[in-house]
Design a protein around this ligand. Structure first.
Ligand code: B16
Ligand code: MG
Length: 218
């Protein structure tokens, strides 16, 4: 199958903001006496802001300790810390191989989409100087269910005007691979610990258009 579109996850595929999310969550967690490590952070990839907070509180046995309003305030403070840390991003923060792949896709007239559940995605693409490279970015604020639900990938396909069966999705999170697979798209996983991807690569540096054209459903 000649893919009509390639749809990218943002955090962990286009740039590495996972660590910045972690540092912001760690500070908030510490303030409410919860210790989180990088292993917990793995489980937060592709999960919405509020969903991430709920998981962190559950980890610390504190899911009942806060009212909805207090949780809202914690999530807002985490976001303020995270947004502040995004100031360090620039065009050098794009992960290896991504700029080259985007150029190849444009050369071949393949549509390019973004499926990130981050409400900060537009700001991040702008900092990376990549906004113009995406034909359509799904609007995370309209998404009701975060990954592993396929909603964000289906929204990206609809926005690009392509059928999921003719698209490839690229993800670094297990929840993201599950979302791509249940959308009907072909899945490419970045990170050898992932399961169920149609193609698994050690890093973004190995991504290229000739290789993507060989992806088949497992
Ligand atoms: P925000 P992705 C996701 O981005 C992150 O992986 C996840 O850790 C984060 O909680 C989520 O965005 C929401 O982000 O707080 O900025 O709205 O992987 O879907 O690109
Ligand atoms: Mg990701």
């Amino acid at each position: 199958m000649m893919p009509h579109a390639v749809i990218f996850d943002l955090d962990g595929v286009v740039t590495d903001t996972a660590h910045l999310h972690f540092l912001a969550w760690q500070q908030i967690a510490r303030e409410v006496d919860i210790d989180i490590d990088e292993q917990i952070n793995e489980q937060l990839k592709g999960i919405s802001r509020m969903g991430s907070l709920e998981r962190i509180l559950r980890c610390g046995g504190a899911e009942k300790r806060f009212s909805h309003q207090q949780k809202q305030a914690l999530a807002e403070r985490k976001n303020a810390l995270y947004v502040e840390s995004l100031k360090q991003l620039n065009s050098d923060s794009v992960l290896p191989g991504i700029a080259e792949l985007l150029a190849e896709l444009h050369q071949e007239n393949i549509l390019v989409g973004l499926a990130s559940v981050s409400l900060n995605a537009p700001r991040i693409l702008q900092a990376l100087e990549l906004t113009h490279q995406f034909d359509y970015c799904a609007d995370a604020s309209l998404i009701k269910r975060s990954k592993p639900d396929p909603e964000i990938f289906l929204a990206a396909c609809a926005g690009l005007g392509v059928q999921p069966e003719n698209c490839i999705g690229i993800e670094d999170a297990q929840a993201g691979i599950a979302a791509i697979n249940s959308s009907g798209m072909l899945s490419v996983g970045v990170g050898l610990q992932l399961q169920d991807a149609d193609l698994l690569l050690p890093s973004t540096a190995e991504l290229n258009w000739p290789l993507l054209q060989t992806v088949k459903r497992i």
